[in-house]
Design a protein. Structure first.
Length: 448
């Protein structure tokens, strides 16, 4: 253990009782064991295979503030955030730093039986429900960030959709970072869809203040038999933010999951996603897109585990890198011996606009079954000079031609969105991002 971990070890040892006091018993039960795992593992460095492209430990060096006392943050998110996506009506909720914002809860109506709100409060009210799921996928013994988050997270977001219930209206969750000093938020999310349930979730990340933010996030998603779940994550913060997110998904038979992570503006982002296809006929779709310039950094690490037969996985990630930005993608598909008739396709395509931009890609297939259809591929290149010449010969300026080619390049990921209104808005936001007209989301008071 080096000096970097010691301040956090001292902090936890001195304030463990305070952390537990402002959380719930179900969350507190895992805290000590998770912290022991963190002490043993230490912060990840590039020496670890899963973190070889991003030195996570570096970002924990600043002296961040933490809201262990759960003090009220002076902001009303419903006043400062006005999402105006045309033709997309959502049920809107907020997390401020790492606390669910309760005053807004009564505005939305949800189908009978759906439970949505503060993870801490619901864990106090319904401890048996939370105990059945919390920490069951997020293994603290394997990942230090998951262990760190489990040690310090006091609240977060819960969505529970009971058997056979369909939520027609998209749920929108806005994560707002707000602080006057350098700040750390440790956020937790637990999403449970029982048999034949359906839901769509849009998560938007925003930062209000120009301070250094570090957010750790652990998401556990349980998708029951014949259930369907879409989750779209849109990151639009600023260059002084660091986001480290670990997502764990467990799918039962004939379930369908779509995850789409889109980074339009950020500082440093490290997303890890692990999906286990545990029931026959399950299908998972992982998509991601990153648009980077300056010194921005985006690292996506994915693992899809096919445990049983007759499952499908599709994976597509695309990056556009400008200036001195850095991108990384490591994707591993594991096909277990019993997973016969697996169909899996993994693709990573990358565009380096300048010679100073760097992209690292590592697609992997690990196959232990013999009756499968699996493929993977990765490319790193620059804009097609022939296409540029063709467009310029028809009167299109070089700048406009480059913008059009970059826009067309990422459209394939945007088009996977199964919400037409959101898809249309993302096309607009991506175009504005390439034109340098977008640093944050258009249409909310945070970004003006």
């Amino acid at each position: 253990m080096n000096k970097l971990e010691q301040p956090y070890i001292d902090l936890f040892n001195q304030h463990e009782a305070l952390i537990c006091q402002h959380s719930a018993g179900v969350l507190n039960r895992l805290r000590a064991g998770a912290f022991a795992d963190f002490e043993r593992l230490g912060f990840p460095t590039k020496k670890l295979e899963n973190y070889k492209y991003t030195d996570i430990s570096h970002y924990f060096k600043p002296d961040y503030g933490l809201n262990l006392n759960r003090l009220s943050i002076p902001v009303n998110p419903s006043e400062v955030f006005k999402c105006d996506v045309p033709n997309m009506s959502t049920s809107l909720y907020f997390i401020v730093n790492d606390s669910f914002y309760n005053p807004h809860l009564s505005i939305n109506s949800l189908p009978e039986g759906v439970i949505l709100g503060s993870l801490k409060e619901i864990a106090i009210q319904k401890p048996e429900l939370i105990a059945n799921y919390y920490g069951k996928l997020a293994d603290t013994s394997e990942d230090a960030i998951t262990a760190f988050n489990t040690s310090f997270a006091q609240d977060g977001f819960l969505l529970y959709v009971p058997k056979g219930v369909v939520i027609d209206k998209t749920i929108q969750l806005v994560n707002i970072l707000r602080a006057d000093v350098d700040f750390m938020a440790n956020r937790r999310m637990l999403i449970i869809l029982e048999e034949n349930a359906q839901a769509k979730l849009l998560i938007c990340d925003h930062a209000m203040d120009k301070v250094n933010f570090l957010s750790t996030q652990v998401v556990e998603i349980f998708v029951g038999e014949n259930a369907a779940f879409d989750m779209y994550e849109l990151e639009e913060t600023h260059t002084s933010t660091t986001r480290i997110s670990n997502t764990y998904v467990h799918q039962s038979a004939h379930s369908n999951v779509l995850l789409n992570a889109m980074t339009l503006y950020n500082g440093t982002t490290r997303n890890s996603t692990k999906v286990v296809l545990a029931g026959k006929g399950a299908e998972t779709n992982l998509y991601g897109m990153a648009v980077e310039d300056k010194n921005q950094h985006v690292d996506n690490n994915t693992v899809i585990e096919h445990k049983v037969a007759d499952c499908i996985s599709n994976e597509l990630y695309k990056y556009v890198l400008d200036d001195q930005s850095v991108g990384a993608f490591a994707g591993r598909v594991i096909v277990k011996p019993d997973a016969q008739r697996t169909s899996s396709q993994q693709t990573n395509r990358n565009l380096c606009v300048t010679r100073d931009a760097h992209m690292y890609t590592q697609p992997q297939l690990v196959i232990y079954a013999d009756d499968v259809r699996c493929s993977h591929g990765a490319t790193i290149g620059q804009l097609d000079e022939n296409a540029l010449f063709y467009m310029r010969a028809r009167g299109i300026s070089e700048k406009e031609a480059r913008l059009l080619l970059m826009f067309a390049f990422v459209n394939e990921v945007v088009d996977t969105i199964r919400l037409d209104a959101l898809k249309d808005r993302l096309h607009l936001l991506v175009e504005k991002r390439f034109r340098g007209e977008l640093q944050k989301c258009q249409g909310c008071a945070i970004c003006k």
